[in-house]
Design a protein around this ligand. Sequence first.
Ligand code: THU
Length: 136
Amino acid sequence: MKRIDDWPTLEEAARKAAAGAYCPYSGFRVGAALLTDDGRIMTGCNIENASYGATICAERVALAAALAAGVRNFMALVIAAGERTPAPPCGICRQMLAEFAAPEFPIRSVTLTPGDAPAAEYTLGELLPHAFELRE
Ligand code: THU
């Protein structure tokens, strides 16, 4: 998969990733699938902790896995979560994505079961205008 019009493949990868979620506290499974510029799909799931603030979102797990593998350029992100309403990425994940993706970067959110609700479509710039940048 190299073209970002192949959303179904990315959606399937995000839903599959959600199955790996470690979420005993919220019970809210999240999967994320990032399409890299060389056509790979890197996935992540949410990983919770008894010290709740140590929880990591699925999007940041996917991003960290990709970054650790040397990837720096991304084409698209799909998030899979929830039963009735697609979940947009949280603020921390938006900021972390903004380090590596342009405002036009496309993000889709889908529910865990295909067909339960239409996908929500965003760009990173819509979700996080005025992202923080470290400037002197
Ligand atoms: N969560 C994500 O994985 N991604 C988000 O963008 C928002 C929230 C997770 C964190 C926690 O495990 C659960 O959803 C409930 O907040």
